[in-house]
Design a protein around this ligand. Structure first.
Ligand code: SAM
Length: 229
């Protein structure tokens, strides 16, 4: 039986077989344990900045007899990765987009030198994450979206390239791959957002001080979403 939530299952699905994975902010280390137990990967690092979760994960990994395949390490962001670990895939899931970008921006060149794939699951702030990826030559190759416990979660998979094309504003907002897949979860999310934007514009028109710039931005979002749905 899997330990993974629907959200972490979707992250798990994005990991390529045979890669060497670092799960940063791993908390309970469920993802590395599932990846190794199902033989998707042979080696993983569970990185965690908080002592409590890190030592609990260490105990669990030992209990499952996986200490030879999963290193549970205490540390801030990608500081848990050494060049000789040959980590090619970094997962950062279950945090806000600002924190994910901050963790990635603080990584040294040596820590990122072997990294070919990033699998990121921001709880909010997805456009920020897409901007970081494109600015750092990571091409968005896959995306998924799902709803769990009344929250929409997006997963973004990106691969290092020599150069990548800029995205349009609509693609940063909604996701270049998600826009083409147009799954039911995607349509439901953006239908809800569209209603929210329309209500916000009505409220702003009725406000004492009318903020034309904000109304303009909202109307632009409405246009993008209507075009896609
Ligand atoms: N990745 C798991 C998931 O998706 O279910 C756990 C998500 S949990 C909400 C976020 C975890 O990230 C916490 O355990 C927190 O301590 C850890 N964290 C936050 N900032 C971190 C950092 N800079 N480096 C490593 N871990 C961090």
């Amino acid at each position: 039986m899997t330990l993974l939530s629907k959200r972490l299952q979707a992250v798990y699905q994005m990991v390529d077989a045979g890669t060497r994975v670092a799960d940063i902010g791993s908390d309970h280390a469920y993802l590395p344990v599932e990846l190794v137990e199902t033989s998707v990967v042979n080696y993983a690092i569970a990185g965690e900045v908080a002592v409590g979760p890190m030592s609990r994960s260490k105990t669990d990994v030992e209990k499952f007899g996986l200490s030879n395949k999963i290193d549970v390490r205490l540390g801030d962001g990608l500081a848990v990765i050494n060049q000789e670990d040959s980590i090619d895939t970094v997962v950062i899931a279950g945090m806000g987009g600002i924190l994910i970008c901050d963790i990635l921006s603080r990584a040294t060149e040596a820590q990122l030198s072997n990294v070919q794939t990033l699998i990121l699951q921001p709880n909010i702030g997805e456009p920020l994450v897409r901007h970081w990826l494109i600015e750092h030559n990571f091409d968005i190759v896959d995306e998924d979206i799902l709803s769990e416990d009344h929250h929409d979660y997006e997963i973004i998979k990106a691969q290092k390239k020599a150069s990548v094309d800029e995205l349009t504003e609509a693609q940063y907002l909604m996701g270049p791959v998600l826009m083409t897949k147009k799954s039911d979860a995607f349509v439901a999310k953006w239908q809800r957002k569209l209603n929210g934007y329309q209500k916000a514009v009505d409220n702003m028109h009725n406000a004492k001080k009318i903020d034309e710039a904000k109304i303009g931005q909202m109307k632009q979002y409405i246009k993008y979403v209507e075009e896609i749905l």
